[in-house]
Design a protein around this ligand. Structure first.
Ligand code: ADP
Ligand code: MG
Length: 230
């Protein structure tokens, strides 16, 4: 691991206020991840994995602690700065792809580029190139509802990576897929890692996926209880 971690998590805690009282979901998580590392996050349902991913990606704020990217503190950024940093640096893939149903595959992938200020024609051209790369060059004008689960996840991977982030965060990306389709998505993610040198953090219950990565973190009851190299 290089002397400066790509991602450093320091004393991360997260509590939620609920009508029944405060729930402490993460308890002082410390973690360093090197550039280009592929990390699996495993643990039982309710352990805090999604909460951790949302904070790592700047989608939610921690109650205590911080996340640093190349030494830069994420949560010292203000709203608009945080949004801009996140959009450039981090791509997300979720279990349920969260594609926009009324838009085509091409439009879904072009959207983050247009939000980033790119002209529609350029964004569309670039989206078509990455959809080709994920094996969907023949499905550009299909809407999500007309695609298989695996194809929808390929679109989600293309959308996550179209702006060229250094980091990919995926929360149970194969959780909704059969085993054959899961294996194809695992292969795609590893291909994207190889061609782009991505740092990847992937929450999974899929042993094949966890075993194909470099390192496995185990979360239990909001604590990091295991950290093993494969
Ligand atoms: N917004 C929220 N408000 C209250 N409790 C939450 C919220 N988000 C998550 N939790 C609780 O935090 C715990 C961990 O949830 P989560 O991070 O989704 O776990 P995992 O992804 O490991 O299944 C659960 O008990 C969940 O109910
Ligand atoms: Mg979860």
């Amino acid at each position: 691991m290089s002397s400066q971690a790509m991602i450093e998590v320091v004393g991360l805690g997260k509590s939620f206020a609920t009508p029944g009282g405060t729930i402490d979901v993460l308890h002082g998580v410390d973690l360093k991840i090197a550039a280009g590392e592929r990390v699996a996050v495993i643990g039982t349902s309710g352990a805090g994995k999604t909460t951790l991913m949302h904070i790592l990606g700047g989608l939610d704020r921690p109650t205590t602690g911080d996340v640093k990217f190349e030494g830069k503190s994420l949560f010292s950024l203000r709203g608009a700065e945080l949004d801009a940093f996140r959009n450039q640096t981090i791509g997300f893939v979720f279990q349920f792809h969260q594609l926009l149903q009324e838009f085509s595959a091409l439009e879904n992938v072009a959207m983050p580029l247009m939000i980033g200020g790119m002209k529609k024609n350029d964004a569309t051209d670039k989206a078509a190139v990455i959809l080709e790369e994920v094996g969907l060059g023949h499905r550009l004008s299909h809407k999500p509802g007309a695609l298989s689960g695996g194809e929808q996840q390929r679109v989600a991977v293309a959308r996550a990576l179209v702006r060229g982030p250094q980091i990919l965060l995926a929360d149970e990306p194969t959780g909704n897929l059969d085993s054959v389709t899961s294996a194809e998505i695992v292969a795609l993610l590893n291909q994207m890692h190889q061609t782009r040198g991505l740092t990847m953090i992937i929450v999974t219950h899929n042993n094949e996926l966890a075993g194909s990565l470099d390192r496995v973190l185990r979360i239990d009851d909001g604590r990091l209880v295991g950290d093993n190299l494969n």
